[in-house]
Design a protein around this ligand. Structure first.
Ligand code: TYM
Length: 332
């Protein structure tokens, strides 16, 4: 069985983009590969966090994984900070990574600009800059072959590949070279209020995203007020990003092809289309939200599942770190 791995930040809100771009592909991969799926609490710390909130968000992320269909028996599900080998390997990879390649990371450039600080060098944390190296360590520690992620994370997986190749060249075969797995449709779900920006939890308006915890009426309102392009046809078109995005969502939540949906709306308007889309999203998310709520109500069980996953992950991580230290010549 191939080894696959993915992770999500515990930021309190998980949205339809996270579900479509990463969680759903992971749920499918757990049937055909050995999946590790974890909660990257150390990555979340690259922006300020309140301890009480962070703890709550870690448990929420665990409940969300389970509610979306992650099976903790098939999948090793854990909290990143429980496995100290992640940060240990990140240090080693820091000595392989170059400042220039981290400066080229699009997400770092976007996020550091958004912080709106007087000077980048004084106001942006080293953690935010170094974030992709910790992500490379997450991936390489488990001999990962496949990394299901949304399109925005592709550049980070490519960095992990570069670091693995550089390390292997210098110290001999040590790391497996991972492949990003980006779905053909839905790898970049766009904002409902601005279809030129990806759906994001850090958007200024909550109208941009549909949270997995949004109640049915909130989902309906958000979809009915989603922006549309000029023209009235319900048809995908590179120059009409808003309707293209809505059609992509419709197709994924109903498992119908875009062409068949387009066909159903010939001669109809945006009003009919959005109403049906809203109901389709409600039917898709309602059972997921209910399951998440059930898991959230049992903190003891969530902690038990995360402990069990951490024990399994720790064994793999310790074994790999032992080999890495030998390669580096620091095992006496
Ligand atoms: P994060 O927490 O920002 O996002 C989690 C996953 O959701 C995907 N995603 C989207 N997919 C489609 N459309 C969108 N609008 C959208 N927004 C987010 C992301 O691509 C991601 O797959 N650095 C990572 C977490 C991480 C990781 C890892 C992932 C840390 N270590 C190792 C894979 C392997 C992050 O911040 O994702």
């Amino acid at each position: 069985m191939k080894k696959s791995l993915t992770a999500i930040q515990p930021s309190g809100i998980l949205h339809l983009g996270n579900l479509i771009g990463a969680i759903e592909p992971a749920v499918q991969l757990q049937e055909t590969s050995q999946l590790s799926m974890f909660i990257v609490d150390y990555h979340a710390m690259t922006v300020p966090q309140k301890p009480v909130e962070l703890r709550k968000n870690i448990l929420f992320a665990a409940a969300a994984y389970l509610g979306c269909g992650i099976d903790p028996v098939k999948t090793t599900m854990f909290q990143q900070s429980r496995i100290s080998e992640h940060t240990e390997l990140a240090w080693i990879l820091n000595c392989v990574a170059k400042i220039g390649e981290l400066e080229r990371m699009t997400q770092y450039k976007d996020k550091s600009q958004k912080l709106n600080v007087k000077s980048q060098s004084e106001g942006v944390s080293v953690g935010l800059f170094d974030y992709p190296v910790l992500m490379a360590a997450d991936i390489l520690l488990y001999d990962t072959e496949v990394v299901p992620v949304g399109e925005d994370q592709k550049q980070h997986v490519e960095l992990a590949r570069d670091l693995a190749e550089r390390f292997n060249k210098q110290f001999g075969e040590t790391f497996v070279i991972p492949e990003p797995k980006i779905r053909a449709e839905g790898a970049r779900i766009m904002g409902l209020d601005d279809a030129t920006k990806k759906m994001s939890k850090s958007a200024t308006s909550a109208k941009s995203y549909i949270s997995l915890m949004d109640e049915s009426d909130v989902i309906r309102k958000k979809i009915m007020s989603a922006v549309t392009d000029s023209g009235t046809e319900i048809r995908t078109d590179r120059n009409r990003p808003a309707i293209t995005n809505l059609l992509t969502i419709f197709s994924i939540v109903t498992r119908r092809s875009v062409e068949s949906i387009e066909h159903s709306y010939v001669g109809k308007g945006y009003g009919d289309f959005k109403k049906d889309l809203a109901e389709a999203v409600v039917s898709y998310l309602d059972p997921i939200r209910a399951k998440i709520q059930t898991y959230l109500a049992d903190e003891t069980e969530l902690k038990h599942i995360l402990n069990d996953g951490a024990e399994r992950a720790k064994k793999q991580a310790q074994f790999k770190m032992h080999r890495i230290r030998q390669k580096l010549g620091i095992t006496l």
